[in-house]
Design a protein around this ligand. Structure first.
Ligand code: ADP
Length: 228
């Protein structure tokens, strides 16, 4: 049975003070279930990154509640938020941010080692993820020896390494050509179904967004369903 892994309830987020206030989110609501892939499509400046940062507990709303796997976060302190983020959220950026001096496999194993997983178990999990994403044969290569699409799939494997319940991706294919974008998005979608994570993916690419379970946009400070 699907479970809500990410819930935003009446979330408010504004920036600035006095008459220079930018109201990005006003009573925004969103629920993403386990195994569900939601695409977020909205113009630049609409608040996509803000929504992702809030969902990933990287910033706090001025009002409302954000729940990750049923845990309300508004009353958590910095340490509690960091702990919950580390144990439940995986983040994929537009640029891969892989460590250049380490192989693909080591890049994916690193967050697991930091979390206390044994090297043997970490490498086993990394290899499974790299295979699932179609880059298993590239495991021993360093980022500079890989194509953009391969680098991004390794960044996705790294984000998924510690079994996150929520995967957030900010324009994960924004830097790739259309054909490669298609491959990377397909690999990401496959991973989300396989892992039963809840995914929120900001993208400008309407063709890719159509492949999501649901498409939402931002309007008047609300998250609303979007028909492409
Ligand atoms: P998007 O990701 O859709 O391009 P953002 O979430 O980055 O949009 O930004 C939404 C709005 O909030 C923009 O008008 C942006 O300038 C403003 N904004 C974002 N972050 C900050 C910040 N730290 N301080 C002030 N304004 C910000």
């Amino acid at each position: 049975m699907s479970k809500p892994h990410l819930v935003l309830r009446d979330v408010h987020r504004h920036y600035g003070q006095g008459d220079k206030v930018i109201r990005v989110l006003e009573a925004a609501n969103l629920t993403v279930q386990s195994g569900e892939l939601v695409a977020l499509v909205a113009p630049s400046g609409a608040g996509k990154s803000t929504l992702l940062h809030l969902s990933g507990l990287l910033e706090s709303p001025q009002g409302g509640e954000i729940e990750i796997i049923g845990i309300p976060t508004s009353k958590l302190g910095d340490r509690g938020r960091t702990q919950l983020r580390r144990s439940t959220v995986g983040y994929v950026y537009q640029f891969h941010h892989l460590l250049p001096e380490f192989t693909a496999l080591e890049n994916v194993s690193m967050p697991q080692l930091i979390a206390g997983v044994s090297p043997a178990d970490a490498d086993k999990r990394s290899m499974e993820l790299l295979d699932l994403l179609g880059v298993g044969p590239r495991a021993s290569h360093r980022p500079a020896e890989l194509s953009g699409g391969e680098q991004q799939r390794i960044a996705i494997a790294r984000a998924a390494a510690n079994h996150p319940k929520v995967i957030l991706a900010d324009e994960p294919t924004g830097n790739l050509d259309p054909e490669t974008s298609d491959i990377v998005f397909g690999a990401l979608a496959n991973l989300i179904k396989n892992e039963g994570a809840a995914a929120l993916i900001a993208t400008h690419n309407h063709d890719l967004a159509r492949r999501a379970d649901r498409v939402v946009t931002l309007k008047g400070g609300l998250v609303v369903d979007h028909i492409l």
